[in-house]
Design a protein around this ligand. Sequence first.
Ligand code: UD1
Length: 372
Amino acid sequence: MMKRKLKVLSVIGTRPEAIKMAPLIRELSRRADRVESLVVSTAQHRQMLDQTLRVFGIVPDIDLDIMRPRQSLRQTTVDVLTGMEPVLRQHKPDVLLVQGDTTSAWASALAGFHQKTPVGHVEAGLRSFDLGNPYPEEMNRRLTDALASFHFAPTARARDNLLREGFSRGNIFVTGNTVVDALQLALRMPFEPRDGAIRKILDAPGRLLLVTAHRRENWGKPLAEICDALRKLVRQFPDLRVVCPVHLNPEVRQTVMPTLKRLDRIHLIQPVDYLTLAQLMKRAHLILTDSGGLQEEAPTFGKPVLVMRKCTERPEATDAGWASLVGTRANSILSETRRLLMDSSAYARMIPRSNPYGDGQAARRIVDILLR
Ligand code: UD1
């Protein structure tokens, strides 16, 4: 008798979810003999999500198309919850997969709970232990873990966080982070820069700083301080260039664009596709970021990271000495960046020797577990 296939519904809402779910969605379709895979995009992001989906050749089966200009957390939550309910009712998946800590992820997990659909949380167990940093992500990931039946923890540390909170050991699986799988996939694809400006940035001589900042808790003054630090850095180091792909969020753009536009050797560019981002990381001397994904990706390229936040839920690289928390004050960003630009042995000590977040096999492990 033919066994019924496992029906898996994967949710994607924002750019990082698309990157980190891509290897998993690919692996699910490779196992089409045993799995029926459906992909829902909430489209909490539109352009930035579509740009990533194109790279990985993912076409969602269902698109909730919820993004609005200057959307609020409340509105996004309500729209995801309202949109997911009929999808779950109609398709009745055996398992709902959500990724990470976005509003799309946690609100979908809640919709799954309402419909009694078991939820699998990819990238479970990350904790910064500070509900205000990152905001609202620390709460989102706690809520998602509370709603999930299966916890796919990327690292042993994430597993330990879950065990300490009383989650049952039998439902926690250490898999590695799928971001490493995604990066390995991306690096196997042919790369053609989408415009001449990118080629120029990649080919220009001198040291390149790759900078990204978008977090809600950094909007306003912290972001202005970050910009101030960048201005001072290019002034002090004549060989230095800064490339900054600016997030499409208007809250971010309204601070960054007027402050840094038209400054010599600071390149403000539109959000880049994942292959271009990988090339920028490879070319960069140093990475300054408040993003979670970049902290996890940088070790693959052997690049030190300065984390422009108060705390991190991804302490594996900081513990190894390959990343450092510099906060968002201009002075602390300046002094730590200067130190690494001037002291080559301090820089050399911060070069990662391996990637502590994963080995590129996370997607395969997760699908194996689901099929068991
Ligand atoms: C969201 C996630 C954050 C994640 C980040 C990755 C939440 C609460 N936040 O933050 O965890 O790190 O995505 O990028 O889930 N916009 C566009 N086009 C796009 C994307 C965004 O115009 O393709 C604009 C929209 O005007 C939107 C605004 O950006 O109102 C903010 O988007 P939103 O998803 O609410 O928050 P992010 O800051 O992107």
